[in-house]
Design a protein around this ligand. Structure first.
Ligand code: SF4
Ligand code: FES
Length: 368
Protein backbone atom coordinates (compact mmCIF):
# COMPACT_ATOMS: atom_id res chain seq x y z
CA UNK A 1 0.00 0.00 0.00
CA UNK A 2 1.35 3.42 -0.96
CA UNK A 3 1.20 5.62 2.13
CA UNK A 4 -0.09 9.12 1.39
CA UNK A 5 1.32 12.17 3.18
CA UNK A 6 -0.92 13.51 5.96
CA UNK A 7 -2.99 16.62 5.22
CA UNK A 8 -3.70 17.74 8.77
CA UNK A 9 -2.08 17.70 12.18
CA UNK A 10 -3.85 18.21 15.49
CA UNK A 11 -1.49 19.75 18.03
CA UNK A 12 -2.87 19.20 21.52
CA UNK A 13 -0.95 22.04 23.11
CA UNK A 14 -2.12 21.29 26.65
CA UNK A 15 -4.69 19.21 28.49
CA UNK A 16 -5.36 22.10 30.88
CA UNK A 17 -8.85 23.51 30.44
CA UNK A 18 -11.12 25.86 32.38
CA UNK A 19 -14.18 23.86 31.34
CA UNK A 20 -14.92 20.30 32.38
CA UNK A 21 -17.41 19.10 29.76
CA UNK A 22 -18.69 15.61 30.60
CA UNK A 23 -18.25 14.62 26.93
CA UNK A 24 -14.52 15.38 26.95
CA UNK A 25 -12.73 12.88 24.72
CA UNK A 26 -9.32 13.55 26.25
CA UNK A 27 -7.86 10.62 28.18
CA UNK A 28 -8.88 9.99 31.76
CA UNK A 29 -5.20 10.43 32.76
CA UNK A 30 -4.22 13.79 31.31
CA UNK A 31 -0.70 15.01 30.50
CA UNK A 32 0.71 17.19 33.30
CA UNK A 33 1.68 20.80 32.69
CA UNK A 34 5.35 20.11 33.48
CA UNK A 35 5.47 17.46 30.73
CA UNK A 36 4.16 19.80 27.99
CA UNK A 37 6.39 20.46 24.96
CA UNK A 38 8.06 23.86 25.09
CA UNK A 39 7.76 26.57 22.42
CA UNK A 40 10.94 25.62 20.57
CA UNK A 41 10.03 21.95 20.36
CA UNK A 42 6.57 22.74 19.00
CA UNK A 43 8.16 25.07 16.44
CA UNK A 44 10.46 22.26 15.28
CA UNK A 45 7.50 19.87 15.08
CA UNK A 46 5.58 22.41 12.95
CA UNK A 47 8.56 22.64 10.55
CA UNK A 48 8.75 18.86 10.34
CA UNK A 49 5.00 18.65 9.73
CA UNK A 50 5.18 21.13 6.85
CA UNK A 51 8.09 19.22 5.28
CA UNK A 52 6.09 15.98 5.64
CA UNK A 53 3.23 17.50 3.61
CA UNK A 54 0.83 18.71 6.30
CA UNK A 55 -1.19 21.72 5.11
CA UNK A 56 -3.55 22.42 8.01
CA UNK A 57 -2.58 22.73 11.65
CA UNK A 58 -5.32 22.52 14.26
CA UNK A 59 -4.23 24.03 17.59
CA UNK A 60 -6.27 22.34 20.24
CA UNK A 61 -6.26 21.11 23.83
CA UNK A 62 -7.66 21.12 26.48
CA UNK A 63 -7.92 24.83 25.98
CA UNK A 64 -5.04 26.09 23.79
CA UNK A 65 -5.49 29.62 25.17
CA UNK A 66 -4.18 28.23 28.48
CA UNK A 67 -0.72 28.30 26.84
CA UNK A 68 0.88 31.66 27.53
CA UNK A 69 3.06 31.23 24.41
CA UNK A 70 0.07 30.79 22.08
CA UNK A 71 0.96 33.85 19.97
CA UNK A 72 4.54 32.58 19.50
CA UNK A 73 3.23 29.15 18.56
CA UNK A 74 0.93 30.63 15.90
CA UNK A 75 3.83 32.72 14.53
CA UNK A 76 6.02 29.62 14.35
CA UNK A 77 3.31 27.67 12.53
CA UNK A 78 2.79 30.46 9.99
CA UNK A 79 6.53 30.71 9.48
CA UNK A 80 6.51 27.00 8.69
CA UNK A 81 3.87 27.72 6.02
CA UNK A 82 0.95 25.96 7.75
CA UNK A 83 -2.70 27.07 7.63
CA UNK A 84 -3.54 27.63 11.30
CA UNK A 85 -6.86 26.90 12.98
CA UNK A 86 -7.46 27.56 16.68
CA UNK A 87 -10.00 25.27 18.35
CA UNK A 88 -11.13 27.05 21.51
CA UNK A 89 -13.88 27.52 24.07
CA UNK A 90 -13.01 31.24 24.00
CA UNK A 91 -12.21 31.28 27.73
CA UNK A 92 -8.80 32.86 28.18
CA UNK A 93 -9.03 35.01 25.02
CA UNK A 94 -9.17 38.77 25.42
CA UNK A 95 -9.73 41.36 22.69
CA UNK A 96 -6.05 42.27 22.82
CA UNK A 97 -4.92 38.65 22.64
CA UNK A 98 -7.18 38.02 19.64
CA UNK A 99 -5.66 41.06 17.95
CA UNK A 100 -2.19 39.66 18.60
CA UNK A 101 -3.24 36.29 17.18
CA UNK A 102 -4.46 38.10 14.06
CA UNK A 103 -1.12 39.89 13.71
CA UNK A 104 0.69 36.56 14.23
CA UNK A 105 -1.19 35.22 11.20
CA UNK A 106 -3.90 32.98 12.69
CA UNK A 107 -6.10 31.93 9.76
CA UNK A 108 -9.27 30.54 11.33
CA UNK A 109 -11.08 29.98 14.63
CA UNK A 110 -13.37 27.16 15.70
CA UNK A 111 -15.43 28.19 18.71
CA UNK A 112 -17.12 25.50 20.79
CA UNK A 113 -20.72 25.84 21.90
CA UNK A 114 -21.88 23.86 24.95
CA UNK A 115 -25.47 25.11 24.71
CA UNK A 116 -27.51 27.96 23.24
CA UNK A 117 -28.57 29.41 26.62
CA UNK A 118 -26.39 30.46 29.57
CA UNK A 119 -28.10 27.87 31.79
CA UNK A 120 -27.36 24.95 29.44
CA UNK A 121 -23.89 26.07 28.38
CA UNK A 122 -22.65 26.79 31.90
CA UNK A 123 -24.07 23.56 33.28
CA UNK A 124 -22.51 21.42 30.55
CA UNK A 125 -19.16 23.24 30.60
CA UNK A 126 -19.11 23.24 34.40
CA UNK A 127 -18.04 26.90 34.29
CA UNK A 128 -20.24 29.70 35.57
CA UNK A 129 -20.22 32.72 33.29
CA UNK A 130 -18.64 30.76 30.45
CA UNK A 131 -21.50 31.42 28.01
CA UNK A 132 -21.41 35.20 28.51
CA UNK A 133 -17.66 35.19 28.04
CA UNK A 134 -17.98 33.11 24.87
CA UNK A 135 -20.55 35.50 23.37
CA UNK A 136 -18.17 38.39 24.02
CA UNK A 137 -15.32 36.49 22.34
CA UNK A 138 -17.58 35.68 19.36
CA UNK A 139 -18.25 39.40 18.95
CA UNK A 140 -14.53 40.23 18.97
CA UNK A 141 -13.85 37.43 16.48
CA UNK A 142 -16.45 38.97 14.14
CA UNK A 143 -15.05 42.49 14.58
CA UNK A 144 -11.52 41.35 13.76
CA UNK A 145 -12.87 39.35 10.83
CA UNK A 146 -11.51 35.88 11.54
CA UNK A 147 -13.21 33.18 9.47
CA UNK A 148 -15.28 31.29 12.05
CA UNK A 149 -16.68 27.79 12.50
CA UNK A 150 -19.05 27.11 15.38
CA UNK A 151 -18.57 23.65 16.94
CA UNK A 152 -21.71 22.35 18.64
CA UNK A 153 -21.50 19.04 20.50
CA UNK A 154 -25.00 17.66 20.91
CA UNK A 155 -26.37 14.99 23.23
CA UNK A 156 -29.58 14.01 24.94
CA UNK A 157 -29.69 17.15 27.12
CA UNK A 158 -29.21 19.76 24.41
CA UNK A 159 -30.28 18.21 21.10
CA UNK A 160 -33.49 20.23 21.20
CA UNK A 161 -31.28 23.34 20.86
CA UNK A 162 -29.97 22.33 17.43
CA UNK A 163 -32.19 24.76 15.42
CA UNK A 164 -31.08 27.66 17.64
CA UNK A 165 -27.40 26.63 17.31
CA UNK A 166 -27.73 26.86 13.52
CA UNK A 167 -29.34 30.31 13.86
CA UNK A 168 -26.54 31.43 16.18
CA UNK A 169 -23.91 30.38 13.66
CA UNK A 170 -25.59 32.64 11.09
CA UNK A 171 -25.90 35.52 13.56
CA UNK A 172 -22.20 35.25 14.38
CA UNK A 173 -21.29 35.36 10.69
CA UNK A 174 -19.81 31.86 10.79
CA UNK A 175 -19.10 30.20 7.46
CA UNK A 176 -19.52 26.73 8.86
CA UNK A 177 -21.09 24.92 11.79
CA UNK A 178 -19.94 21.52 12.88
CA UNK A 179 -22.84 19.63 14.44
CA UNK A 180 -21.29 16.66 16.19
CA UNK A 181 -23.39 14.24 18.15
CA UNK A 182 -21.35 13.24 21.18
CA UNK A 183 -18.75 10.52 20.50
CA UNK A 184 -17.93 8.31 23.43
CA UNK A 185 -14.15 8.28 23.86
CA UNK A 186 -11.98 9.07 26.88
CA UNK A 187 -13.86 10.72 29.74
CA UNK A 188 -17.13 10.71 27.74
CA UNK A 189 -17.44 6.93 28.14
CA UNK A 190 -18.29 7.57 31.80
CA UNK A 191 -21.27 9.68 30.76
CA UNK A 192 -23.15 7.44 28.38
CA UNK A 193 -26.10 7.25 30.80
CA UNK A 194 -26.21 11.02 31.11
CA UNK A 195 -25.65 11.97 27.48
CA UNK A 196 -26.78 9.20 25.11
CA UNK A 197 -29.43 10.61 22.76
CA UNK A 198 -32.60 8.66 22.18
CA UNK A 199 -33.17 7.04 18.79
CA UNK A 200 -35.94 9.59 18.11
CA UNK A 201 -33.62 12.49 18.91
CA UNK A 202 -30.97 11.08 16.57
CA UNK A 203 -33.50 10.80 13.75
CA UNK A 204 -34.87 14.29 14.38
CA UNK A 205 -31.35 15.75 14.34
CA UNK A 206 -30.61 14.13 10.97
CA UNK A 207 -33.85 15.58 9.55
CA UNK A 208 -33.15 19.07 10.92
CA UNK A 209 -29.63 19.02 9.46
CA UNK A 210 -30.91 17.86 6.03
CA UNK A 211 -33.55 20.61 5.97
CA UNK A 212 -31.12 23.30 7.12
CA UNK A 213 -28.53 22.23 4.56
CA UNK A 214 -31.11 22.66 1.79
CA UNK A 215 -32.39 25.99 3.12
CA UNK A 216 -28.94 27.50 3.79
CA UNK A 217 -27.09 26.27 0.70
CA UNK A 218 -24.46 28.80 -0.26
CA UNK A 219 -24.77 30.62 3.11
CA UNK A 220 -23.67 28.16 5.76
CA UNK A 221 -21.85 24.85 5.48
CA UNK A 222 -23.14 22.27 7.96
CA UNK A 223 -20.82 19.38 8.82
CA UNK A 224 -22.63 16.65 10.68
CA UNK A 225 -21.47 13.72 12.80
CA UNK A 226 -24.55 11.56 13.49
CA UNK A 227 -25.22 9.53 16.63
CA UNK A 228 -23.42 6.40 15.52
CA UNK A 229 -24.62 4.02 18.27
CA UNK A 230 -28.06 4.28 16.62
CA UNK A 231 -26.71 3.88 13.07
CA UNK A 232 -26.31 0.81 10.86
CA UNK A 233 -22.93 1.62 9.34
CA UNK A 234 -19.91 3.09 11.10
CA UNK A 235 -18.09 6.28 10.26
CA UNK A 236 -14.83 6.23 8.33
CA UNK A 237 -12.88 7.29 11.37
CA UNK A 238 -9.92 9.63 10.74
CA UNK A 239 -10.57 9.14 7.01
CA UNK A 240 -8.91 5.73 7.47
CA UNK A 241 -6.15 4.96 10.00
CA UNK A 242 -2.82 6.57 9.09
CA UNK A 243 -4.05 8.12 5.83
CA UNK A 244 -4.94 11.78 6.36
CA UNK A 245 -3.95 13.06 9.78
CA UNK A 246 -1.92 12.72 12.94
CA UNK A 247 -2.16 14.01 16.52
CA UNK A 248 0.60 15.17 18.79
CA UNK A 249 -0.21 15.04 22.51
CA UNK A 250 0.89 17.77 24.96
CA UNK A 251 3.89 15.65 26.00
CA UNK A 252 4.96 14.83 22.44
CA UNK A 253 3.52 11.41 21.68
CA UNK A 254 2.44 11.03 18.07
CA UNK A 255 -0.90 9.27 17.64
CA UNK A 256 -2.82 8.07 14.58
CA UNK A 257 -6.03 9.37 16.19
CA UNK A 258 -7.15 11.30 19.22
CA UNK A 259 -8.16 8.23 21.24
CA UNK A 260 -5.43 5.81 20.12
CA UNK A 261 -3.95 5.61 23.64
CA UNK A 262 -7.00 3.56 24.63
CA UNK A 263 -5.62 0.66 22.53
CA UNK A 264 -3.26 -0.86 25.09
CA UNK A 265 -0.89 -2.84 22.87
CA UNK A 266 0.09 0.14 20.68
CA UNK A 267 3.45 1.85 21.29
CA UNK A 268 3.68 5.53 20.42
CA UNK A 269 6.83 7.29 19.28
CA UNK A 270 7.73 10.70 20.66
CA UNK A 271 8.83 13.80 18.82
CA UNK A 272 11.91 13.94 21.08
CA UNK A 273 13.16 10.61 19.75
CA UNK A 274 12.26 10.43 16.06
CA UNK A 275 11.35 12.73 13.20
CA UNK A 276 7.67 13.12 12.32
CA UNK A 277 8.46 11.72 8.87
CA UNK A 278 9.93 8.53 10.33
CA UNK A 279 7.03 8.16 12.76
CA UNK A 280 4.38 8.64 10.05
CA UNK A 281 5.85 6.19 7.55
CA UNK A 282 7.56 3.62 9.78
CA UNK A 283 5.97 3.92 13.25
CA UNK A 284 4.43 0.66 14.47
CA UNK A 285 1.26 2.40 15.74
CA UNK A 286 0.65 4.04 12.36
CA UNK A 287 1.15 0.78 10.48
CA UNK A 288 -0.99 -1.30 12.86
CA UNK A 289 -4.31 -0.62 11.08
CA UNK A 290 -3.33 0.89 7.73
CA UNK A 291 -4.99 -0.58 4.66
CA UNK A 292 -7.02 -3.77 4.99
CA UNK A 293 -4.56 -6.59 5.80
CA UNK A 294 -5.33 -6.45 9.52
CA UNK A 295 -9.09 -6.95 9.04
CA UNK A 296 -11.09 -9.89 10.32
CA UNK A 297 -14.40 -11.11 8.90
CA UNK A 298 -16.93 -9.70 8.16
CA UNK A 299 -14.86 -6.64 7.12
CA UNK A 300 -12.21 -8.68 5.29
CA UNK A 301 -14.56 -9.71 2.48
CA UNK A 302 -17.01 -6.81 2.69
CA UNK A 303 -17.52 -4.56 -0.34
CA UNK A 304 -17.56 -1.49 1.95
CA UNK A 305 -14.10 -2.17 3.40
CA UNK A 306 -12.52 0.66 1.42
CA UNK A 307 -15.48 2.95 2.20
CA UNK A 308 -15.33 2.88 6.01
CA UNK A 309 -12.19 0.78 6.73
CA UNK A 310 -14.20 -1.20 9.28
CA UNK A 311 -15.18 1.89 11.28
CA UNK A 312 -13.43 3.15 14.39
CA UNK A 313 -10.59 1.09 15.93
CA UNK A 314 -10.91 2.80 19.30
CA UNK A 315 -14.65 2.13 19.43
CA UNK A 316 -14.07 -1.56 18.60
CA UNK A 317 -11.53 -1.67 21.44
CA UNK A 318 -13.81 0.08 23.93
CA UNK A 319 -16.96 -1.89 23.12
CA UNK A 320 -15.72 -5.32 22.06
CA UNK A 321 -12.24 -5.42 23.60
CA UNK A 322 -10.53 -6.02 20.25
CA UNK A 323 -9.24 -3.11 18.16
CA UNK A 324 -9.17 -5.19 14.96
CA UNK A 325 -12.81 -6.27 15.29
CA UNK A 326 -15.56 -4.79 13.14
CA UNK A 327 -16.88 -1.61 14.73
CA UNK A 328 -20.03 -2.86 16.54
CA UNK A 329 -21.99 0.05 15.07
CA UNK A 330 -21.98 -1.98 11.82
CA UNK A 331 -25.09 -4.02 11.16
CA UNK A 332 -22.82 -6.92 10.06
CA UNK A 333 -21.04 -7.06 13.42
CA UNK A 334 -22.21 -9.89 15.72
CA UNK A 335 -22.33 -7.27 18.49
CA UNK A 336 -24.56 -4.80 16.62
CA UNK A 337 -27.87 -5.90 18.22
CA UNK A 338 -26.40 -5.77 21.72
CA UNK A 339 -24.96 -2.29 21.08
CA UNK A 340 -28.28 -0.92 19.90
CA UNK A 341 -30.03 -2.36 22.96
CA UNK A 342 -27.28 -0.89 25.15
CA UNK A 343 -27.71 2.52 23.48
CA UNK A 344 -31.45 2.44 24.20
CA UNK A 345 -30.76 1.51 27.83
CA UNK A 346 -28.26 4.38 28.23
CA UNK A 347 -30.71 6.78 26.59
CA UNK A 348 -33.49 5.80 29.02
CA UNK A 349 -31.48 6.76 32.15
CA UNK A 350 -33.27 10.07 32.55
CA UNK A 351 -32.19 10.45 36.19
CA UNK A 352 -28.48 9.98 35.48
CA UNK A 353 -26.20 12.65 36.91
CA UNK A 354 -23.37 14.02 34.80
CA UNK A 355 -19.91 12.98 35.95
CA UNK A 356 -17.43 15.85 35.77
CA UNK A 357 -13.69 15.54 35.57
CA UNK A 358 -12.09 17.09 38.63
CA UNK A 359 -9.86 19.45 36.77
CA UNK A 360 -6.65 20.54 38.48
CA UNK A 361 -7.36 24.01 37.13
CA UNK A 362 -10.91 25.29 37.47
CA UNK A 363 -10.36 28.75 36.11
CA UNK A 364 -7.98 30.30 33.63
CA UNK A 365 -7.44 34.03 33.94
CA UNK A 366 -7.24 35.76 30.58
CA UNK A 367 -3.70 36.60 29.56
CA UNK A 368 -3.60 40.23 28.50
FE1 SF4 B 1 -17.64 -1.58 7.08
FE2 SF4 B 1 -16.70 -3.87 8.10
FE3 SF4 B 1 -19.30 -3.27 8.32
FE4 SF4 B 1 -18.27 -3.91 5.94
S1 SF4 B 1 -18.45 -5.25 7.73
S2 SF4 B 1 -19.68 -2.22 6.37
S3 SF4 B 1 -16.20 -2.99 6.08
S4 SF4 B 1 -17.57 -2.16 9.25
FE1 FES C 1 -9.39 6.16 17.11
FE2 FES C 1 -11.67 6.25 15.70
S1 FES C 1 -11.11 7.44 17.45
S2 FES C 1 -9.86 5.18 15.24
Amino acid sequence: MKIPAPIAMLAELTHRCPLSCPYCSNPIEMARQDSELDTQTWARVFDEAARLGVLQLHLSGGEPASRRDLIDLVSAARKAGLYTNLITSGIGLTERRLGDLDKAGLDHIQLSLQGTTPEMADEIGGYKGGYARKMQVAQWIGEIGFPLTLNAVLHRRNLHQLPRAIEMAQEMGARRIEVATVQFHGWALKNRDGLMPTREQAQTASRIVAEARAALKGQLVIDYVPADYHDDFPKRCMGGWGTTGLNVTPDGQVLPCHAAQTIPHLKFDRVHEKSLDDIWYNGSAFNAYRGTDWMQEPCKSCDRRLVDFGGCRCQAMALVGDASATDPVCVKSPHHGALQAQADTHASQTDAQLIYRVSPIQKVEPTS
